[in-house]
Design a protein around this ligand. Sequence first.
Ligand SMILES: Cc1ncc(C[n+]2csc(CCOP(=O)(O)OP(=O)(O)O)c2C)c(N)n1
Ligand SMILES: [Mg+2]
Length: 292
Amino acid sequence: MSEQITVKRELVTPGHYGCPGCGATVAMSQTLSVLGEDTIVVMTAGCWSSMIGIHPYTSLTVPVVSVAYGAAASVAAGIKAGLAMQGNEHTTVMAFAGDGGTFDIGFQPLSGVVERNDDVLFVCYDNEAYMNTGIQRSSATPAGAWTTTTPDSARKGQRKKNMVEIMAAHRIPYAATASIAAPEDLKAKLEKAKNIKGSRFIHLFASCPTGWRHAADLSIEVARQAVISRVFPLYEVTNGDTWRLNPMPEKKGVDAYLKYQGRFKNMSVEERGRMQMRVDDDWQRLINRCQG
Ligand SMILES: Cc1ncc(C[n+]2csc(CCOP(=O)(O)OP(=O)(O)O)c2C)c(N)n1
Ligand SMILES: [Mg+2]
């Protein structure tokens, strides 16, 4: 019997407009390689809608619908419902939006879609600021970070919004965090999400060398440090009530994560200590949920 060799086509082409080391391009490439060609991507304004290229060129080889900023969830729900009316139950419709298009301006449409349990996979690539318009603070920006709207004289004081907790509170069938530094974990989560009917949300951490002020070849390492320092733990929540950690990261201080990034370079020792306390607090809350 002859062996069949399947050559998988890369669905993100090399001609995109991303910055060197862009974590969001890795996020899209890893995501589409799992979801496959039978996927429609709905994206809002943000780095990805610029990186895709100028019409008639495109750097994605799957259909893309580019929509008004904030509307990704509702448009994706509408497309999925339209396909279902045509008898197409197989195409995955993925909303792919930045943190601004998810945590902030896209928040209400996303909440509506999830509350109705519309059949949508929503992937938020989180680079922790409005990068495409010049690194402005969002509600996903962590406390202590420099951005152009939280300059060194007034760096961000508020904590990062916890979107997965908010999704879980909607009793969404599946919500998870994921990282470009953990592709196998991301793959398992996407495969699971792809086969669930209803709303699914993946919060995908994607480093940004331009906005975070780190070297382009450190994007994966920075994302990896975020996981192992527990700044961005990997976990999943099923039906809003079953929390599971995957995997248990080592106990490491936040300094190893902060040290690569210019956006944190002016944090004082006290501020770093406060950040460590917040990370430890959030970790304990997460552990309690996973054990409860
Ligand atoms: C209604 C509306 N407001 C503002 C803008 C300007 N705008 C375009 S992209 C962007 C930032 C997007 O940030 P995010 O969603 O985090 O994606 P990123 O650029 O970081 O990839 C903004 C504010 C817009 N296009 N439409
Ligand atoms: Mg962003």
